[in-house]
Design a protein around this ligand. Structure first.
Ligand code: C2E
Ligand code: MG
Ligand code: MG
Length: 503
């Protein structure tokens, strides 16, 4: 995320002489040579022929010189632009798309590919206490150490935030673990940044060679191993193992099942009321995805949906949810309910595809105004989005569609996201609502002062409800207020328009 903010200044850091100008000069020169040759062909006198010949020779010489200079700086005409599109602007490492492309190519050539997922422990604290500039410098330094710690044929990439990935080609299991351990030590050595010493550690998840059919399977496995590393106390290397493999088989099967359900239109939506904490009025309802079998699965739905998106089905899912949720909304509105229906959309949809067109089309199809809809983006999916993504939200807001930052406070750059995107609502993450560290009041105050409407999610107990009310939070969601309901059950609640609040 910070990479994008600093993208402009970083152009200076990663770019060599201006490739566009070289290309332009070459084009002008070729044009002039062509004109001189045409004039030469048309000229009648011998002297003019001779002068034009000399001119052509001089221009030709310049052309060769230009090409040599361009080469020496590593510039073929469009190299720089290609580099910017395929690399992370802050660190200069390959970006996600480039990494996957190279992994796929390497995968085809050799079965011995290990994938490493690397995450810095406590990066948020560095950003919060020392500022984003130091955070950026730290990420650049981490990228350098990673590059030094790997062999020529290995590839490291930054996926956004403090999330780095690497693959090791032609590498056995023991080597992969050795490299991972070496990287952990390398990344955990103190950093000298802006005149001060910064100490941070790294957690690494390793998917050894021979696991997974597709490169994305290996990425999932490494991610899962990293997840465990974080759970197990951080500053460790965790290898993907049989126990995790079992989970992953289950997980891949469930993701496939979800994809099949989407293709066969076998999904359904349940709706959880968002309630006014004083009056009990149902001010909005959040659509949550379900399939019959997934409801029995112990696997987290958001991770399954991420897997679905990685299979290229994200746009299709958003379209399905928009269509069905707006059909329900149109029905409830026809019965007199005026609240918004909220749908969850991943941050990817802001960066890829045409979300504005999708939403416009769906609203038109169901004859609804933009005021009938809120789009909710989980904080975790907003990492690494470009500034242009904020304009997508602006355009949606112009249509009356509201935007919610979901799971606010769960990630590493919550405050940065407030600055960069125009949110209507902040839905505070469940762990902060259930937390007893007294964060509810200051957090609600901060959000209110910044002009955002706060929604507390995951209210399960009377104490939590009271605490949110005391903190001045007016909207909430959670099992204590209302569980996610099937549309036919929700209709009964909406007919009344409110839920009975616990005394
Ligand atoms: P979310 O958007 O933060 O949704 C809230 C989750 O918390 C839901 O889980 C809901 O059932 C659960 N929940 C609600 N009240 C309580 C409570 O009081 N206590 C506890 N412990 N949990 C509560 P669910 O339905 O499993 O959804 C999980 C996540 O999956 C969602 O988190 C959202 O990020 C994602 N998701 C769900 N439906 C969709 C969808 O249609 N599209 C996309 N892109 N993501 C979706
Ligand atoms: Mg949500
Ligand atoms: Mg949430």
């Amino acid at each position: 995320m910070r990479a994008d903010n600093h993208g402009v200044s970083h152009l200076k850091r990663v770019t060599k002489p201006d490739g566009r100008r070289v290309a332009f000069d070459l084009q002008v020169m070729l044009l002039v040579i062509a004109m001189v040759l045409v004039l030469g062909a048309l000229a009648t006198s011998l002297e003019i022929h001779a002068v034009l010949l000399i001119l052509t020779a001089v221009l030709g010489g310049c052309l060769v010189l230009q090409l040599v200079v361009g080469r020496r700086h590593g510039i073929s005409a469009s190299n720089r632009w290609r580099h910017l599109a395929s690399h992370d602007a802050l660190t200069g490492l390959p970006n996600r798309a480039t990494f996957i492309d190279r992994l796929e190519r390497s995968w085809g050539r050799s079965g011995e590919v290990a994938v490493l997922y690397i995450d810095l422990d406590g990066f948020k604290a560095v950003n919060d206490t020392l500022g984003h500039a130091v955070g950026d410098d730290l990420l650049i330094e981490v990228a350098k150490r990673l590059s030094h710690g790997l062999r020529e044929r290995d590839v490291a990439a930054r996926f956004g935030g403090d999330e780095f990935v690497a693959f090791l080609a032609d590498c056995g299991r023991a080597d992969a673990l050795d490299v991972a351990e070496r990287l952990r030590v390398l990344l955990s050595a103190p950093y000298r940044l802006n005149g001060r010493e910064v100490v941070i550690s790294a957690s690494i998840g390793v998917c050894p060679p021979g696991i997974g059919v597709e490169p994305t399977d290996a990425m999932h496995c490494a991610d899962l191993a990293l997840y465990r590393a974080k759970e197990e106390g951080r500053d460790v290397v965790r290898e993907f193992d049989a126990g995790l493999a079992q989970d992953t088989d289950l997980w891949a099967a469930a993701a496939e099942e979800l994809a099949t359900a989407l293709r066969n239109d076998a999904l359904r939506l349940v709706y959880q009321p968002e309630v006014d904490l004083i009056t009990g009025d149902v001010v909005a309802v959040e659509a949550l995805l379900r399939t019959e079998t997934l409801s029995q699965s112990a696997l987290p739905l958001d991770r399954l949906i991420t897997a679905l998106e990685e299979r290229g089905l994200g746009t299709q899912l958003t379209e399905w949810v928009l269509d069905h949720a707006l059909a329900d909304a149109a029905h409830w509105r026809s019965l007199g309910w005026e609240g918004r229906v909220t749908i969850n959309v991943s941050g990817r949809a802001l960066g890829e595809g045409d979300l504005v067109a999708q939403v416009t089309h769906a609203l038109r199809r169901h004859h609804l105004p933009g005021e009938a809809l809120t789009l909710e983006f989980p904080e975790s999916g907003l990492k690494g989005l470009r500034e242009g993504s904020a304009r997508v939200l602006d355009r949606l807001r112009d249509m009356g569609v509201a935007a919610t930052l979901d799971d606010f406070g769960s990630g590493t750059s919550s405050l940065d996201l407030l600055r960069r995107f125009p949110w209507d609502y902040l839905k505070v993450e469940r762990s902060l609502v259930t937390d007893d560290a007294g964060l509810a009041v200051p957090l609600a105050r901060l959000c209110a002062e910044l002009g955002h409407i706060v929604i507390a999610e995951g209210i399960e107990t009377h104490d939590q409800l009271d605490e949110q009310r005391l903190a001045g939070v007016r909207r909430g969601q959670g099992y204590l207020l209302a569980a996610p309901l099937r549309p036919e059950d929700l209709q009964v609640v909406l007919a009344v328009g409110s839920v009975v609040l616990p005394a």
